[in-house]
Design a protein around this ligand. Structure first.
Ligand code: NDP
Length: 454
């Protein structure tokens, strides 16, 4: 069998051959194909100019996870029925540090989705400049409609198996969709009991047991700091700008919070059922209502009257005229038709808070219509960065103040921005997709080269 580099006459033929092979080896995993394709478009021309990476097959090795663990999670519901779910941990790459990435509890979770998330995580974690590798995990468990006791029993059953595969120097999971402070606490309690040790094996913990101040806020706040860096470069700002956010969970709430602090007008937020439009703009009282509703897993439609806003059932918010859009819910929530709507309605910037919320056609459409676009692996890296700082604090057995953590978050987001500028320079513009992909790749690839063939 010929390898890509043996048949490659040009970056285009290498790319085509590489993607064909990847799709054959990873059947039925469209999200993983999509995530790799976005990266490979930038990395293939780069490795053509830097042949050491090509000779060492770094891209081929980087797209094959170190290992994937899949396991049964068996638990009992409140009626005494036995329930079975499937749990996973994808340990993708630990070239530059222990595997690190969240756990997602959502009925859509499958191997392909976790592979896309774990793959993205390698680049994101590298961009933070901190020593963390890439991983992701979760289960096809739906936390909606479950009692607190059921959530507890599920988390404990999940950790009973996961505990065999993680450790503070091996793999340190965190939260993601459906996994917040409550779930992390149940899982940490179980790990501590099973292993008889108190170590920083999970991040996003409660402040009483090793959590970091500023972790809950970090992804949303980091996103807005990153967006501010990009706008500063264009001598633009947030003041009075109409901002549309999708999602109303952890990332969306803290993105809204920071946007309001910067004087922007947050006019829309959404959930899986529909979106709220508030032309006056959200304020802190209204955002608090959103936070309370989501804490108890209620839909936004329950609080729309109290907020005094309009509600659009079953719709996404991308048709609302806005200056900037912040997709903060889930993958592939902006398709090409949504990108067309955004452009037609005057949107000048799309900043990804969720992981891979825009599909490839949407990104292409936005970029070809001069919309400022920042990919999730750079823009939402603040969360995992502060998770890594939580690991540092746990190792040192001390805790930093909220102000100290916030300063570090701002510095990290600025450094990520600088890396994107360095590798994504395109005349007087920045191609943030290319910049993030190449900057994230180099550090991991160099470590892999140094290790030789393994
Ligand atoms: P949460 O569970 O806190 O919130 C998710 C939000 O997205 C909810 O409002 C939910 O609606 C909505 N949502 C979920 N699935 C869908 C769907 N299929 N269609 C429409 N809306 C949906 O998750 P997070 O805020 O933590 O995560 C959001 C995104 O950010 C994810 O892509 C995650 O991977 C990414 N991310 C999160 C980080 C973190 O630190 N938490 C770090 C980096 C990235 P509803 O309330 O109705 O369920």
């Amino acid at each position: 069998m010929l390898h890509c580099h043996e048949i490659a006459k040009s970056p285009d033929s290498y790319f085509t051959h590489f993607m064909e092979g990847l799709k054959k080896r990873n059947i039925g995993e469209p999200e993983f194909h999509q995530a790799v394709e976005e990266v490979a478009k930038n990395i293939v021309p780069f490795i053509f100019e830097n042949k050491d990476y090509m000779e060492a097959q770094i891209l081929e090795r980087l797209t094959e996870p170190d290992r994937i663990v899949s396991f049964r999670v068996c638990w009992e519901d409140d009626q005494g029925n036995i329930r079975t779910n499937r749990g996973f941990r994808v340990q993708f790459n630990n070239a530059i540090g222990p595997y690190k990435g969240g756990l997602r509890f959502h009925p859509s979770v499958n191997r392909g989705i976790l592979k896309f998330l774990g793959f993205e995580q390698i680049f994101k974690n590298s961009l933070t400049s901190l020593p963390i590798g890439g991983g992701k995990g979760g289960a096809n468990f739906n936390p909606k409609g479950k009692s607190d006791r059921e959530i507890m029993r599920f988390c404990q059953a999940f950790m009973t198996e996961l505990s065999h595969h993680i450790g503070e120097n091996i793999d340190v999971p965190a939260g993601d969709i459906g996994v917040g402070a409550r779930e992390i606490s149940y899982m940490f309690g179980k790990y501590k009991q099973l292993k008889k040790e108190f170590t920083g094996v999970l991040t996003g913990k409660g402040l009483e047991f090793g959590g970091s101040l500023g972790r809950a806020e970090a992804t949303g706040h980091g996103l807005i700091y990153f967006a501010k860096n990009t706008l500063d470069k264009l001598s633009e700002g947030f003041k009075e700008k109409r901002c549309v956010i999708s999602g109303s969970g952890n990332v969306a709430q803290f993105a809204a919070d920071k946007l309001m602090e910067f004087g922007a007008k947050v006019i829309a937020m959404s959930d899986s059922q529909g979106f709220i439009l508030d032309e006056e703009g959200f304020n802190h009282e209204k955002l608090e209502l959103v936070k309370q509703a989501k804490l108890t897993r209620k839909p936004l439609s329950d609080i729309v009257e109290k907020i005094g806003a309009k509600y659009f059932n079953g719709q996404k918010p991308w048709g609302v005229p806005c200056d900037y859009a912040f997709p903060c819910a889930t993958q592939n929530e902006i398709l090409q038709k949504d990108a067309v709507c955004l452009v037609d309605n005057g949107c000048k910037g799309v900043f990804e808070g969720a992981n891979m919320p825009c599909n490839l056609e949407a990104i292409h459409y936005l970029l070809s219509h001069d919309v400022l676009f920042t990919p999730s692996k750079a823009a939402n890296a603040g969360g995992v960065a502060i998770s890594a700082l939580e690991m540092s604090q746990n190792s040192m057995r001390l805790s930093w103040t909220a102000e100290e953590v916030d300063i570090k978050l701002q510095e990290i987001m600025s450094k990520i921005h600088a890396q994107c500028e360095k590798y994504g320079a395109d005349g007087n513009k920045v191609d943030y997709v290319k910049g993030a992909n190449i900057a994230g790749f180099i550090k991991v690839a160099n470590a892999m080269l140094a290790y030789g063939v393994n």
